[in-house]
Each structure stands twice: as C-alpha cells, then as structure tokens.
Design a protein around this ligand. Structure first.
Ligand code: SAM
Length: 257
C-alpha cells in the first residue's frame, strides 16, 4: 500500500466506517446519473459510489499526493471516472451544464460553508447536494427564524434549497478523529427562485453586521428613501435581524434601489 500522512491543512479526516460509507452511497439512486464528488481523498466513498453504476463520476481533489490511491480505483472500474486535481473553490462549476448533477462529499470542514455559498450560483445545475459537514455548520444551514444559528448563511442557502439533516456522525468514525461532531445533510434545490441574489445578500450583510443590535441600528447605513420604504412596508425595526423571516428579507430587498 502507498504511505500517506493525513494533512490537517486539507481537512483530511477520512471516513473509515464502511456501514456509513455504504449508507451515504444508498441515499439516492445514482445509477446512470452524473455524480460529482468533492475531496475524494483515498477514494473510500468514491468506490461505494462507483459500485452504484453512475453514468459518470467526476472527483475534484486538491491534494495530488492522493493520486496513486485514486488511480488504483480508477483502474478497477469500467465506469467513466474523471479525476480532477484542483482546488474545488476555484473550479468553474458552470462547465457542468447538461445533465443534472448529484453532488456527494465528505467536505473539508474549513471550507464547507464557502463551497456551499459558491454552489448557490449554479444551483439549477444540481439535482441534489449531499454533504457531510461539521454539525454546527449543518445547524447554521438549516436554522429557522428566531433561533441561535439563523443568519445570512441560513437565509441564502434556504432561499435556494430545502435543507434536511439526514444523520449525525461521531468523531470515532474517522481517521484521524476530528475534534467536532459531523452531520450528513441534503440540499434539495428549489426551482422557483424569485429574488435578486445580489440585492438580498447586500441587505443581509447590512442587517446582520451587528447581530445583537436592533434592525433600525443596522439599517442606518442605507439611504433615507430606502429606509422610508421599509418602514412603510410594516417591518418592525425594533426587531433584531434574527427575528425577520426569509420572505420578509426578500420583500425588503425588492424595495431597495
Ligand atoms: N472523501 C474522503 C472520505 O470520505 O474519507 C475524504 C474526505 S476529507 C474530510 C476531505 C477531502 O477534501 C480530502 O481528501 C482533502 O484533501 C480534500 N480537499 C481539501 N481541500 C480541498 C479543496 N480546496 N478542493 C478539493 N479538495 C479538497
């Protein structure tokens, strides 16, 4: 076998529990589908996914030292398996037009949120996004209004998709063991996206600039005429940003010019 020392800087916590790897590969019917795996590592999950006979599997891995492991798996299967050695944060996802993508990944935790936010721009290219993330990130992505983790990330992600937690995974299922708990979640893309992403995001950045402050204090950065419109819409500016629903953020963003 090839020798390899997991690298902290790449978030390399390999999932070693075969039952869990199998369980993830059975969450969807991947037969004849286009599957994209981010961070295949040594290919543990990749191999379970290949057994499901996808039409094609594309894997994006940053660490080229993992090449021998992945090439070995590639040789074993007659399936169209493309390995791309690149930073998934820099990959041009708009290239993946055509067949809808089933994204599956045990994500490097330090870049999980950034990756998810990046994928939102291409959400119509995805059929389903199944990812393992730090449990706290899972809670943030699925957080509902007026709860501790509800914020800009929850709102942006839930505007584009329905977020569902599938199961939790404890540290002993990985090598090396991470210090945190993990969760597997699914993002199911929504089809009717009736909002202007840039406008909503700009508003969210302003409103959540100081989470503990009332909306009226955060909104003092916007123009007087825009503020008037928000007041007229009936939004209570004495509320804090985490108490405003997603629908109301979209409504407010539509008022802004
Ligand atoms: N899929 C494997 C598993 O389940 O055991 C490995 C998961 S490990 C948590 C994360 C993987 O993502 C590692 O293989 C790591 O090298 C890779 N990775 C880290 N940063 C990356 C990036 N920016 N782009 C692509 N892959 C990355």
């Amino acid at each position: 076998m090839f020798s390899f020392h997991p690298k902290k800087k790449f978030g390399q916590n390999f999932l070693k529990n075969k039952d869990l790897l199998k369980k993830i590969s059975e969450l969807k019917d991947f037969e004849n589908k286009l599957v994209l795996e981010i961070g295949p590592g040594k290919g543990a999950l990749t191999e379970y996914l290949l057994k499901k006979q996808p039409e094609k599997l594309i894997a994006i891995e940053k660490d080229e030292e993992l090449k021998p492991f992945l090439l070995k798996i590639q040789k074993k299967y007659s399936i169209n398996f493309e390995i791309i050695f690149q930073d998934a944060l820099r990959y041009e996802y708009s290239k993946l037009k055509g067949k809808k993508i089933f994204l599956v990944a045990n994500l490097p935790y330090h870049i999980a949120t950034t990756l998810v936010i990046k994928w939102l721009k291409y959400i119509e290219n995805f059929e389903s996004i199944i990812i393992m993330v730090q449990r706290e990130v899972a809670e943030r992505l699925s957080a509902k209004v007026s709860t501790k983790f509800y914020g800009r990330t929850s709102i942006l992600v839930q505007l584009h998709s329905d977020v569902k937690k599938i199961f939790d995974v404890s540290p002993e299922n990985f090598h090396p063991q991470p210090k945190v708990n993990s969760s597997v979640i699914e993002l199911s893309p929504k089809s009717n996206l009736n909002f202007n992403y840039e406008k909503v995001d700009e508003l969210l950045k302003i409103c959540f600039a100081q989470r503990r402050k009332k909306l009226k204090n955060n909104l003092n950065k916007i123009s007087h005429s825009n503020l008037e419109k928000i007041i007229k819409s009936g939004i209570d500016l004495n509320l804090r940003p985490q108490d405003i629903s997603i629908e109301n953020y979209v409504m407010m963003s539509n008022l802004l010019i």
